[in-house]
Design a protein around this ligand. Structure first.
Ligand code: SF4
Length: 317
């Protein structure tokens, strides 16, 4: 992605106080057969978290159970928030053992550390199955005029980031791997459990570039919308710009905001801090942004990180 969160969480919190808005329909298929429990990068088991109710019902049938057992799994994952298959007390022991034996896990990771700033913004580190740490940030905002409160989750999509923007701590740390859908979904669950409050908004602006892990991002987006009931218009997908991916995202016709991190007002300057800009000139990026708007009817927002003596300088106009 590209957000100021990688520079510091507090500026992000301020930036987000003005953001987001309502609902719509997801475009990632939720009725596909339950995927086979295959080993994936960084994980030894296939995760139940992130699957839809039809997929969980199909999984129950595949394991010789009645379809309604899949509905029970759905409730355990998304309502009871059970963290381990061993805790699935509402289903028979034999079914729990069959799930474990077939290589499934609930798909939840423990909280490694959490720290809260004076404005309530809380950064949570989750320890993944392969012992890698990812961060997710919860940003509470009270809207005094409306008497309402929002809770925004800023979620990571990769462990590290391969794009190496010059100002970004995540980029400097290098890239380890893409996150699986459950590893994105569980970030929102961890924030809800920490704040004891529902997440109202999601921004894909944490560690990593979402467009380089679009499959997992789209699956997590579907899960947030369908299973956790977070409106598509309450979600923002951020990118620093990766060739050919904005068109791909536009084709899914999500009702979510696209946020493009520019960080510089012209191509020459941009290339000096965003290495990927060399292969994606501003003209082509703007054409893809226009296309996103035409395909989805959703606005595109542009972001800058104001770097002292750099893009913040009037000399750069
Ligand atoms: S290095 Fe990656 S995570 Fe950091 S700002 Fe660039 S795209 Fe975003």
């Amino acid at each position: 992605m590209a957000a100021p969160q990688h520079v510091r969480a507090a500026p992000l919190a301020r930036a987000l106080r003005a953001s987001a808005t309502a609902t719509a329909t997801a475009t990632v298929s939720a009725s596909a057969p339950a995927p086979a429990p295959i080993k994936s990068q960084g994980t030894s088991r296939r995760a139940l978290l992130g699957l839809s109710e039809p997929q969980l019902r199909q999984l129950a049938l595949d394991l010789g159970e009645e379809s309604y057992r899949g509905k029970q799994l759905h409730d355990l994952l998304y309502k009871s928030r059970a963290k381990q298959i061993q805790d699935f007390n509402h289903v028979p022991k034999a079914f729990r053992e069959a799930l474990l034996g077939a290589g499934w896990s609930a798909g939840r990771s423990p909280v490694h550390h959490a720290v809260t700033a004076s404005d309530g913004t809380t950064k949570i580190l989750l320890k993944l199955e392969d012992n890698r740490l990812i961060e997710t940030v919860g940003i509470p905002v009270d809207d005094d005029n409306k008497g309402s409160s929002r809770l925004t989750a800023c979620v990571s999509s990769q462990v590290g980031c391969p794009l190496r923007c010059s100002f970004c701590a995540t980029g400097k740390g290098g890239f380890a791997r893409n996150l699986q859908p459950n590893e994105i979904v569980e970030q929102v669950l961890a924030i809800e459990e920490t704040f004891k409050q529902r997440v109202t908004n999601v921004v894909f602006m944490g560690m990593g570039e979402p467009m380089m892990n679009l499959k997992s991002v789209l699956e997590a987006h579907r899960c947030f919308n369908k299973e956790l009931k977070i409106g598509q218009r309450m979600m923002t997908i951020s990118t620093v710009g990766v060739p050919n991916t904005i068109k791909m995202l536009a084709s899914h016709k999500l009702q979510s905001t696209l946020a493009v991190s520019l960080h510089a007002p012209n191509q020459k300057l941009r290339e000096t801090i965003v290495p990927s800009a060399k292969s994606y000139p501003l003209g082509a990026l703007m054409d893809d942004c226009k296309n996103y708007f035409l395909e989805t009817g959703r606005r595109v927002s542009f972001e800058y990180t104001l770097l002292v003596n750099f893009v913040a300088s009037w000399d750069q106009r």
